[in-house]
Write a protein that binds this ligand. Structure first.
Ligand SMILES: CC(C)(COP(=O)(O)OP(=O)(O)OC[C@H]1O[C@@H](n2cnc3c(N)ncnc32)[C@H](O)[C@@H]1OP(=O)(O)O)[C@@H](O)C(=O)NCCC(=O)NCCS
Length: 170
């Protein structure tokens, strides 16, 4: 599936090893755990690890990593470059994950005080399933969130295609 707006299109494509340095930079800027080359390289050795990046005008501006475990998917990382936030890139990446995850549920962990990510997940029909007190350290709890029904390819195309987003072999 591929569609593209004429000018500042955002394209989702599979992450390749050549992207690792830039992705580590995005992970560090987003304060994500395991923001290092070793962790990223390990993802490339896991058959169930699915990695995508978002690119605009040749510049990598976001990425996601999820594990496709057969009966369910786990989202492990999602980040957008600070200067590219609130432009629909995170939503496009998340929709790409859900498209790839197929019909099974998708689960994730998010810091309870991460209001931006929680708003995005809730908008995309994730719901809180549990809570882990002090999971990220004293006073920093985590929410477990779950998404039940993955959208069809048509739904995804309709929801992100009209705003200058494309998916290329993710
Ligand atoms: C969370 C994150 C990936 C969102 O990416 P993004 O590209 O800015 O998100 P989008 O522009 O696609 O936002 C889609 C919707 O999510 C919600 N949202 C996103 N950021 C928000 C914010 N800062 N405040 C409130 N709502 C927000 C809004 O509903 C938004 O729709 P709108 O812009 O039409 O109102 C980004 O903020 C990020 O990289 N944060 C640091 C890393 C991180 O926390 N990752 C998640 C770990 S679990």
């Amino acid at each position: 599936m591929l569609w593209r707006a004429p000018t500042t299109a955002v394209c989702l494509r599979p992450m390749v090893e050549h992207d690792i340095d830039v992705v580590v930079g995005l992970a560090l800027a987003a304060d994500l755990p395991n923001a290092n080359r070793t962790s990223l390289e390990r993802e490339f050795t896991l058959s169930f690890s699915c990695r995508q990046v978002a690119e605009r005008e040749g510049r990598l501006i976001g990425y996601s990593i999820h594990w496709d475990l057969g009966d369910e998917a786990e989202l492990h990382a999602l980040a957008v470059a600070p200067e590219a936030r609130r432009q629909g890139v995170g939503r496009a990446l998340l929709r790409g994950v859900l498209l790839r995850a197929g019909a099974g549920p998708c689960i994730l962990e998010v810091a309870e005080d991460n209001h931006a990510a929680r708003a995005l997940y809730e908008e995309c029909a994730f719901y809180p399933q549990g809570r882990r007190q002090d999971y990220y350290g004293p006073g920093r709890s985590c929410l477990l969130m779950r998404h039940e029904a993955a959208p069809s390819a048509g739904d995804v195309a309709a929801s992100i295609g009209g705003k200058g987003f494309g998916i290329a072999g993710v």
